[in-house]
Unconditional design. Structure first.
Length: 460
């Protein structure tokens, strides 16, 4: 048994780097915990040592930037999307181990009681579990799936789970209901960040995200049999809720916050009934501030970027990178970087992105000299390399997800911006005015060698 596949090594590293703050005061689950997480949105990770009504500590705001996610995976920032892309292509299956720390304490009566589940926002009527990776199996094929969805707590045993109709977990829940059964699930909280990132991937039905997590970890996910459901669960997580989803029992949700930062009214979700809580003896409960907050944004953005890179590279092999922007809440707005672009490839990339992820509604294509993650550089390319009458693509009445804030009947107009340089547009050419490369490289080396890391975050 070990801590290697939990959040603990990452929390330790963040504290060592001064990127973690311990909140010593006792905080309330009703709004106060959320207010602290919201205030620290662009700042440090937080540990709450005391939460009223619960014996457990709470951790939050862990993965609120590309830099944090790179640190969690022990790679450079520029390696994140290629690394996730590689994990999709070379999955590693979990391995069963003899025992796991996640089962040191087993609670069968009222498994939800006593958990420090926050009520986040003013117009939401219930507290929500937001950092739970949900494991399930397709009732038809038996293939596994890992995903995120929020659980609204109803009482000590039951919750409402809201799942977008096209998500695989919703599909599996409906298939189970059609067969007159419930769907067994395990909700994993406080697993290694690689497992959390993998659960956000857009894969095909039958492709198990837990296998991709093993590839991201660089070794298989260690799993043990759950106690009350027939699923294998991560052995090193902080805590796991075991239960069943019944798609035959709708539960009205009311207003719920969405990734774009506003409320949505989705109608009924499904009933989830929990049969067990297993946890470490000193478990840390993890909470992700939902809505338009950076951890929620980047947990979606980077796996979606990797999925899009895979889809676009199938038709545009010279694609180099894909960014999913913070302005688009990590879902709806993307930038595609293509090297040595050829005529027609910009539009091929746009249509491939629209087809791959229904939420994407704006695609900007840039050249290799534009960092797709640099919002100012991308806007510079749109302003200085586009002729709108030629390079703007509008796709009216395109299919989208129910969470798109401007959708009407499941449709929205999508836009593509070809912001790549066309040399014939300018007699003077499109070359950037810069000092010679050798001098730029030497200047960068001087700053790198003579300034501490925190004083050269601006360095390009």
């Amino acid at each position: 048994m070990s801590d290697a596949q939990s959040i603990r090594p990452f929390l330790t590293a963040l504290e060592k780097d001064g990127a973690l703050v311990r909140v010593a005061k006792s905080v309330e689950r009703e709004f106060e915990l959320s207010a602290f997480l919201s205030a620290a949105d662009a700042g440090p990770a937080l540990i709450f040592d005391s939460v009223v009504g619960s014996p457990l500590r709470v951790a939050g705001n862990l993965l609120n930037s590309r830099a944090r996610i790179a640190a969690a995976l022990d790679i450079d920032i520029g390696e994140i999307v290629p690394r996730i892309h590689q994990a999709i292509r070379a999955p590693v299956k979990p391995v069963k181990v003899a025992s796991g720390r996640v089962q040191e304490v087993v609670t069968l009566d009222d498994p939800l009681a006593g958990l420090p589940v926050p009520r986040f926002f003013e117009r939401e009527s219930r507290p929500y579990i937001t950092a739970g990776v949900i494991l399930a199996r397709d009732p038809v094929t038996g293939r596994g799936n890992a995903s995120f969805a929020r659980f609204a707590i109803l009482d000590g045993r039951t919750a409402m789970v809201g799942i977008a109709p096209n998500h695989h977990l919703a599909l599996f829940s409906r298939r189970a209901a059609e067969a007159g059964r419930t769907l067994e699930i395990a909700v994993v909280i406080g697993a290694h960040p690689a497992i959390q990132l993998a659960a956000c991937l857009y894969l095909g039905v039958g492709d198990d995200e837990l296998d991709c997590a093993g590839s991201l970890l660089g070794r298989p996910v260690d799993v043990v049999p759950a106690k009350t459901v027939e699923l294998m669960v991560p052995a090193d997580a902080e805590l796991i809720l075991e239960g069943r989803i019944d798609a035959r029992q709708p539960i009205e949700e009311g207003l719920v916050s969405e990734y774009h930062g506003m409320y949505e009214q989705y109608g009924p979700g499904f009933l989830a009934t929990f049969s067990a809580l297993t946890r470490r003896g000193d478990a840390i409960y993890q909470a992700i501030e939902p809505g338009y907050h950076r951890e929620h944004v980047y947990l979606g953005a980077l796996p979606i970027a990797a999925s899009l890179l895979s889809a676009i590279s199938a038709v545009v092999p010279n694609v180099r990178d894909v960014a999913v922007t913070e302005a688009g809440a990590g879902r709806t707005d993307i930038v595609v970087q293509i090297a040595d672009i050829r005529p027609g490839q910009a539009r091929r990339a746009m249509f491939a992105a629209f087809a791959a992820v229904s939420l994407v509604k704006r695609v900007t294509v840039v050249d290799a000299d534009i960092d797709p993650w640099d919002a100012v550089a991308v806007d510079w390319a749109r302003v200085n390399r586009m002729r709108l009458e030629r390079d703007l693509l509008l796709v009216p009445q395109a299919g989208t997800d129910r969470s798109e804030p401007m959708e009407d009947g499941g449709l929205v107009t999508k836009a593509g911006f070809d912001a790549t340089a066309k040399p014939a547009d300018r007699v003077e050419g499109v070359e950037r005015a810069l000092p010679p490369a050798a001098f730029r490289d030497a200047a960068r080396r001087w700053f790198t060698e003579n300034l501490p890391v925190e004083q050269r975050l601006w360095l390009r």
